[in-house]
Every structure is written in C-alpha cells, then in structure tokens.
Design a protein around this ligand. Structure first.
Ligand SMILES: NC(=O)c1ccc[n+]([C@@H]2O[C@H](COP(=O)([O-])OP(=O)(O)OC[C@H]3O[C@@H](n4cnc5c(N)ncnc54)[C@H](OP(=O)(O)O)[C@@H]3O)[C@@H](O)[C@H]2O)c1
Length: 241
C-alpha cells in the first residue's frame, strides 16, 4: 500500500533554524486565476479553500502583495479549520512598496494578529500597523531579505499566499521551498494567468519539482511541489539528491 504523505508535513516538520517558505496558487486547468474582468471568487472549491486555511494555520505569517489587498480585501485569518494547538492566528504581512495600504483594509482588524507592512525606504502607508523598510532595487524588494527579516522576528514559517505577481517574484528569486498549486477542473480560457516567471529558453532549465499529487474530496487537485529540490537539481544535477 502506498501512503500519500500529508502535504503539510514538510512545513510542520521543518527545522526551526532556517526559514520555511511555502507559496500557494489556486488556478483553473488552463492556469488562470481570474477572468478578464478580474472575477476570481471562486475558482477552487471548498476542499481547496479548506486546504488554504490549513496552510495558514501551519505558518507564523501569511504574506500577500498589495494588489491582493486592494482587489480582494482579505482577512487572512484561519476560519475554515481549527487553529493548531498552542498557536494563535498567523501574523498578516503585506508587501506594499509605495505605501498604498488603505487604512480601512480588513488585515488591519484589531483581533490580536499582528499586521506588518513591508515598504520601500521612505514610503509609509497611512494605515496604522508595523512597518518594515527595505531598499528598492531594480527588481523590487528582495524576497530573501524579506524572509530573513521576518525570520529574525520569529516568523519562521511563511505562507506566500498571493497574488500571482508576488508568488512569481519569490519563485524567480529562489525564495520558495514548496509550492502548493490547487487546480480546479475548470477552463477559463482568458484572463489573468498564475505564474509569470523570467523567460527561459531551454526546457532543461525549467524547474521540474519532485511533486506529490492529492485529489481533493470535491475534485480539485493539489500539486505539492518541492521547489528547493528542483533548484538543487538545476544547480547540481538530479543525481546529487
Ligand atoms: N488564485 C489565488 O490563489 C490567488 C491568491 C491571492 C490573490 N489572487 C488574485 O491575484 C490578484 C492580485 O494579484 P497581483 O499579481 O495583481 O498582485 P499581488 O501579487 O497581490 O501584488 C503585487 C504588488 O505587490 C507589490 N510587491 C509584491 N512583491 C514585491 C516585491 N518583491 N518587490 C516589490 N513589490 C512587490 C507590488 O506593489 P506596487 O505595485 O505597489 O509596487 C506589486 O505590484 C487578485 O485578482 C487576487 O484575486 C489569487
């Protein structure tokens, strides 16, 4: 009998001495996360949404880009599953280089969960929350620097929840250990795509992560992809793993 591993195990069992960064994306069969008008609720069904909340419950902080806060105004709390024993709600982190965070955003709700805005040096949102400043480089704010700073503040396990641009930047930077792609058997055919990475020319330079596949109760499919291993394979060759 083959026992399919719990996709949360690599996160829950990650060593405390280094950061553990997981990203998630929910998408259609054709890799879309919204229609041309931006409608995105809901592509994935209940079991996938429950999985997203299990991911939130497994981490110390949930990170989103400011585009997601402006488009969806998410609360980013664990609600569809119980919190894990001895753990509260994860902190909420928004990457907001230009200080666009609206002061009425739901992530600022005073419910005990920390809220942190990651801004470019010299930019501060009007909203009241903790602010961390980072230097803006040609490619934006450095994902590794963000991960390191959050780790040093005790946020060791991070969920990069979206949107597409934020997850793509973190993958391009090599800052994601695991990627959970939740695929709904739905064809949208146009509209916003999920991942949009730096172009590569050769298929043998693509990430080909070792993955486990989980068919969820209502038919969506979870791909749990080991991106850290895929990067090591590209760097050192698969034989070294
Ligand atoms: N399907 C899913 O799983 C899922 C999950 C979450 C969200 N979404 C959807 O995704 C859409 C929003 O995604 P999006 O790609 O437009 O926006 P996003 O990824 O939420 O936010 C992108 C913005 O965040 C800032 N940012 C993030 N990382 C940065 C970095 N390393 N350096 C500099 N700036 C950084 C930039 O802000 P500035 O522009 O201010 O510089 C960037 O334009 C919404 O439609 C939402 O519904 C889907």
């Amino acid at each position: 009998m083959t026992i399919t591993p719990d996709p949360l195990s690599p996160i829950l069992e990650a060593p405390d001495k280094v950061p553990c960064v997981v990203a998630q994306l929910g998408q259609s069969l054709d890799g879309r996360i919204a229609t041309v008008t931006g409608e995105s609720r809901w592509i994935n069904r209940d079991a996938a949404l429950k999985h997203l909340h299990r991911l939130r419950a497994a981490v110390d902080a949930v990170v989103v880009g400011i585009g997601t806060v402006i488009a969806d105004d998410p609360l980013l709390t664990v609600r569809r599953v119980p919190l894990r024993e001895n753990r509260g709600q994860p902190a909420r982190v928004v990457i907001d280089p230009s200080g666009r965070l609206p002061s009425e955003a739901k992530i600022l709700t005073d419910d005990g969960a920390a809220c942190i805005a990651i801004c470019a040096t010299g930019r501060t949102p009007a909203a009241s929350c903790q602010i961390l400043h980072f230097a803006r480089t040609e490619s934006g704010l450095c994902p590794h620097a963000i991960v390191k700073t959050l780790f040093n503040r005790g946020y060791k396990r991070l969920l990069i929840e979206g949107g597409a641009s934020t997850v793509s930047r973190f993958i391009d930077a090599g800052a994601i250990d695991r990627l959970h792609v939740l695929v709904a058997p739905m064809i949208i055919g146009s509209g916003k795509t999920g991942l949009d990475l730096e172009p590569i020319e050769k298929l043998d330079r693509c990430l080909r992560p070792p993955s486990t596949v989980h068919v969820l109760a209502d038919g969506d499919v979870l791909f749990d992809c080991d991106l850290a291993a895929a990067r090591a394979d590209l760097r050192d060759g698969p034989q070294t793993r």
